[in-house]
Design a protein around this ligand. Structure first.
Ligand code: UT7
Length: 325
């Protein structure tokens, strides 16, 4: 049998501080009613000084505990993030040091915005399938509160901070990742981006822009539905799956209306699509691993179930992963 990678442990960490829609009413011209009906979000978690590496490290510990492994067992560490604490070193190197992982293993970040976790998972899966690693830790972490314009009601109500992680193990059994499909189209970068993370050098005349997230909401919404719908179909075709074969779809949590639009297109019932957007908002790279952790904890995924993960993010980037639990 060919080599595959299987998720053997999931982890999550979200900051303690809760920011509700009511709290946002005090900050910008918005209402709980608008946010709830347009997005499905009721509250989100926001850091109170914690750094990206702290969130990633805590989620990693939780995933390793779930897998019953020690940090030293990990042979590859891939972190999906676009809000690293430093330009370098990578968040992965910092997590490696924090957890006391084996020196010398490959550890690196992957930047694909809200698709970051599926990109990181894709990379780790390919390492494992090729035999280059047997055990991998894959993390999705983002702290978007640090790139929000907290005076822009069109964006600041949408995002939250958090981290999720999984441990992947090489297997020859039936379970595991069946296929992974990642895509990007850089022509659309201006639909969703941050203007810059670096200050201007003394040799430039222009001022460095403020690094706050900018988004063309309506266009992004349409592309999210189109590309995620396409990725799901691609993944289903590849694995010869009918909608009824899929036990659970875990979509990126950006907007409940996007999730509902995908559900309607595919004809998948409510009970087979996971959402926790009401409690976390859009946590970017962390959104899918947080949802996966909660779905497993809630007993929504059983051994042998086919699970479909699907994401979309700035870049634009998008992708889907099919796995048998
Ligand atoms: O993670 C990956 C990428 N992100 C996404 O996939 C997000 C995609 N986009 C969306 O989810 C939606 O487009 C939004 C939630 C961002 C916006 O929802 P919408 O239904 O497309 O609203 P809109 O942008 O068309 O705005 C409708 C109205 C506007 O007022 P007027 O011009 O009709 O008077 C906005 O100014 O709502 C206004 N508005 C708000 N009102 C109250 C925008 N933001 C707010 C707000 N509170 N927070």
């Amino acid at each position: 049998m060919t080599l595959k990678s299987r998720i053997i442990g999931c982890g999550l960490y979200v900051p303690e501080r809760v920011l509700t829609n009511r709290d946002l009413e005090e900050m910008v011209d918005t209402s709980d009613e608008w946010i709830t009906t347009r997005t499905g979000i009721k509250e989100r978690r926001i850091v109170s000084g914690e750094r990206t590496v702290e969130l990633a490290t805590r989620a990693s510990r939780s995933a390793l505990r779930g897998a019953g492994l020690k940090a030293r067992d990990v042979e590859l560490l891939v972190v999906g993030t676009v809000t690293a604490d430093n330009v370098f070193p990578s968040t992965a190197c910092l997590v490696q040091a924090e957890l006391g992982m084996r020196p010398g293993i490959p550890a690196f970040d992957v930047a694909a915005a809200c698709s970051g976790f599926l990109y990181a998972l894709d990379v780790a899966d390919r390492y494992i399938k090729s035999g280059a690693a047997r055990t991998a830790l894959v993390v999705g972490v983002d702290v978007f509160s640090r790139i929000m314009d907290w005076q822009d009601r069109a964006t600041c109500v949408l995002f939250g901070d958090g981290a999720g992680a999984v441990v992947l193990r090489q297997t020859r059994g039936k379970g595991g990742i069946l296929s992974s499909h990642i895509h990007s189209d850089g022509r659309y970068w201006e639909m969703l981006y941050t203007p810059g993370a670096l200050t201007g050098s003394p040799f430039e005349r222009r001022n460095s822009p403020r690094p706050y997230l900018k988004m063309k909401g309506n266009e992004t919404f349409r592309m999210a539905v189109k590309t995620m719908g396409g990725a799901i179909k691609e993944a289903m075709r590849k694995n010869r799956l009918r909608p009824e074969d899929i036990a659970l779809v875990i979509p990126h949590q950006a907007n409940i209306r996007i999730i509902n639009a995908i559900k309607d297109r595919l004809g998948i019932g409510n009970t087979r699509v996971f959402s926790n957007i009401d409690r976390y908002g859009n946590t970017s790279s962390a959104s899918i691993p947080i949802a996966l952790y909660e779905a497993v904890e809630a007993g929504r995924i059983k051994r042998g179930d086919v699970v479909l993960l699907v994401a979309f993010g700035g870049g634009f980037t998008w992708g889907a992963t099919v796995l048998r639990w």
